[in-house]
Design a protein around this ligand. Structure first.
Ligand code: RP5
Length: 165
C-alpha cells in the first residue's frame, strides 16, 4: 500500500488528541495510511473548508471529524465533500460530551455524517468503520479485519472471572 493518506483524522483542538490517539493507533495497526490534523470549524473555518474541499482530489477515501462542545466540525467537513464523514464526539469539560454528541447526530437532512460513541470507544470504532469501508475494495484489508475480529473473539472467550472469597 502506498503512503498516500486514505483517511484524514481532523480534530477541533490539540486537546482532543489524547482521545483521538485511539483512532490513529487503530488505523496504524491495520496499516492504513492516515493523516491527523487540528482544524476548527470556528477557529479556522476557511482552512477546515479548504481541507474538506480538497480531500477527495488528494486521494482520501474517508474523513473523521472529532470535536467537543458546539461540535460542528464533522458537519462542516461533510458540507464541502462527498467523501463519507465519520463524527466522533469529544468528552467536553462541562457536559461530558453529551453536547458534542447531540450537535453531531442532529445533522439536517441532506448532509449526512455517521456519528460514533463519545470518547475513546467512538475514536476506535470510527477507525474500524473506516477499515470496513476500505475493505469493500481491498481484499488484504478485509482479511486483516477478519483476523482482528477472530482474535478479539478469542480474547473475550478466554476471559475468566475471579472466584468469590
Ligand atoms: C472544540 O472545543 C475542540 O474540538 C475541543 O474538543 C473543544 C475545546 O477546545 P480547547 O479549548 O481545549 O482548544 O472545538
Amino acid at each position: 500500500m502506498s503512503n498516500q493518506a486514505l483517511v484524514g483524522i481532523v480534530m477541533g483542538s490539540d486537546s482532543d488528541w489524547p482521545v483521538l490517539r485511539a483512532c490513529a493507533e487503530t488505523l496504524k495497526s491495520f496499516g492504513v495510511p492516515y493523516e491527523a490534523k487540528v482544524l476548527s470549524a470556528h477557529r479556522t473555518p476557511d482552512a477546515a473548508l479548504d481541507y474538506a474541499a480538497g480531500a477527495e482530489a488528494r486521494g482520501m477515501k474517508v474523513l473523521i471529524g472529532a470535536a467537543g462542545g458546539a461540535a460542528h466540525l464533522a458537519g462542516v467537513l461533510a458540507a464541502k465533500t462527498q467523501l463519507p464523514v465519520l463524527a466522533v464526539p469529544m468528552p467536553s469539560k462541562h457536559l461530558q460530551g453529551l453536547d458534542s454528541l447531540l450537535a453531531m447526530v442532529q445533522m439536517p437532512g441532506g448532509i449526512p455524517v455517521a456519528t460514533f460513541a463519545i470518547g475513546e470507544a467512538g475514536a476506535t470504532n470510527a477507525a474500524l468503520f473506516a477499515v470496513s469501508m476500505l475493505a469493500l475494495s481491498d481484499a488484504e484489508m478485509a482479511a486483516k479485519l477478519s483476523d482482528f475480529r477472530k482474535r478479539q473473539t478469542e480474547k473475550v472467550l478466554a476471559k475468566t472471572l475471579p472466584d468469590l472469597p
